[in-house]
Design a binder for this molecule. Structure first.
Ligand SMILES: NC(=O)c1ccc[n+]([C@@H]2O[C@H](COP(=O)([O-])OP(=O)(O)OC[C@H]3O[C@@H](n4cnc5c(N)ncnc54)[C@H](O)[C@@H]3O)[C@@H](O)[C@H]2O)c1
Length: 305
């Protein structure tokens, strides 16, 4: 196990929140990581039987079955998926700076393809995969670019320039292929910066001109896990890319002032009230029934080792 990262306690989980029952047996890949560990905890609190798969672990997992394996391994993946009804695929190298391009791109896209092909062939009906705000390419682009418009939605033009963003864009296409080929429902969630309130508040100055490319967006860890369980039960068919965000930005200034200062020339498709988020979360609300509950102005939640 690498350095321990404390988990959320889920002691006050809202068991009535979901509109439909969860699949009873769920595989979570990347379960040893930050979002994956939280998702396993929440599914466990809901009473789902969870298989947790990861190639490393930062805290003990409450899952019924814990598998240490590489998500790109075909045999391991089939073994892990055997007997499950749905899969949440979060295993990935979560940033361009964390691996060499060929290695990182291969791991991310191979693992997503492997999960979706095995799930399709085994007859699973639902997969939720982690995409990223980076999937449209502008946030990590080396060139001086800004998003084509605000708020950023799932159709915003891509400007891909790094392997990580490309891997998430490729994963979204793999989702489309799997939904078409096997008739399963695949939801690709575009997570923004996902963390605890105190860590989000600590995001300050030096990156400010780049953070505008993500609309200073973020999501509380509790809401990220909630969005995943909503994606597991939402009444959907086909493949869907869905953007996520807290309701506000993590900046203190009003959103309109931020845009006036840092992106005066960028098209605004609507007006923004107060510190309103610059990510369009219409799909999350309408397709998943997901609305974020937490903001970075709150104290951190209770954590367990
Ligand atoms: N946290 C964020 O701010 C954020 C933002 C956007 C997208 N995402 C995406 O969400 C997902 C989860 O991110 P996270 O922040 O929890 O990352 P994390 O690094 O905390 O967790 C990823 C986990 O996946 C495991 N893993 C990596 N490659 C693997 C492989 N080949 N086989 C098995 N396990 C493997 C790692 O050991 C780790 O436990 C990733 O796909 C990431 O790209 C995260």
């Amino acid at each position: 196990m690498s350095a321990i990262v404390p988990g959320l306690s889920w002691s006050d989980v809202d068991l009535d929140e979901l509109s439909a029952p969860l699949p009873s047996r769920v595989l979570v890949t990347g379960a040893g990581g930050s979002i994956g560990g939280d998702v396993v905890g929440l599914l466990h609190a809901y009473g789902a039987v969870v298989t947790a798969l990861s190639d490393s672990w930062r805290r003990p997992s409450p899952a019924a079955r814990v598998i240490t394996a590489d998500a790109t391994d075909e045999g391991e993946m089939r073994n892990a998926l055997e007997g499950t009804d749905a899969v949440v695929h979060l295993a990935a190298i979560p940033g361009a700076e964390l691996a060499e391009p060929y290695q990182g791109y291969r791991i991310n896209t191979d693992s997503t393809f492997n999960v979706l092909v095995a799930a399709g062939e085994l007859g699973l009906r639902r997969a939720v995969i982690a995409s990223s705000i980076n999937a449209f390419g502008v946030p990590a682009n080396r060139h001086e670019l800004l998003p084509a418009y605000f708020p950023i939605d799932e159709e915003i033009p891509r400007e891909l320039d790094d392997w990580y963003s490309l891997s998430k864009a490729s994963d979204e296409l793999s989702a489309q292929m799997a939904a078409s080929h096997w008739g399963m429902t695949v939801v690709a969630l575009r997570f923004p910066l996902t963390s605890l309130p105190s860590q989000i508040r600590a995001r300050t100055h030096p990156l400010r001109h780049r953070q505008i490319r993500e609309g200073w967006s973020y999501l509380d860890r509790r809401d990220a896990a909630r969005a995943v369980v909503h994606a597991l039960v939402a009444p959907l068919t086909g493949a869907h890319v869905i953007g996520l965000s807290a309701a506000d930005t993590f900046r203190e200034e009003p959103t309109t002032d931020l845009l006036d200062q840092y992106a005066p020339g960028v098209l605004r498709r609507r007006a923004f009230m107060g510190r309103e988020a610059l990510i369009d979360t219409t799909r999350a609300r309408d397709l998943l029934g997901f609305v974020p509950r937490h903001t970075c102005s709150e104290p951190d939640p209770e954590l367990i080792p």
